[in-house]
Design a protein around this ligand. Sequence first.
Ligand SMILES: [Zn+2]
Ligand SMILES: [Zn+2]
Length: 183
Amino acid sequence: MRSEEQDVRLERFQALCREQGLSRTVHRRVILQAVLEREDHPTADQVYEAVKGRLPGVSRTTVYRVLDTLVRLGVVAKVCHPGPAARFDPKIDQHHHLVCLRCARIVDVEDERLNAIVLPLLDTVGFEISEFHIHLRGVCPACRRNRTKAGRQTSAARRRRKTDGPAKPSATKSSPKKRRIKA
Ligand SMILES: [Zn+2]
Ligand SMILES: [Zn+2]
């Protein structure tokens, strides 16, 4: 998030604290800023790593607790996703996510068509939808590149094995036979 945008958000947060009679602790401000600075949807541990230098003596538990307060106040969003650790999002307007199933990277997607999808009628189950976010799951560019590289390496290795001469291929061919005999 751009720094001017961060300033607006921090000011809005201060106003909210005044309104709600909350003491605006340095911890809350620094932790909020740490989330606003990032676009990678950090975990609480990553936020802790980012702020521990700025807040000497701050504990992991405090960071967790403050993040929960920021989510409750609606100034930070918690991303619902299939990964094990909660992820925090500075973007509180409706948007969607690309979730990498290999490295757990989460990238924002804004698309009016996704915001306008027709939701199912849930009157019969009595469920009232208040918001929705779409997660598109797959493989991110970095992981795809790694996969292609790994693929190239294996095929290169295969090619190398093929040119090794007749002894090795026949050895590999004989091993399944041996297994079959044992079984
Ligand atoms: Zn990835
Ligand atoms: Zn997001």
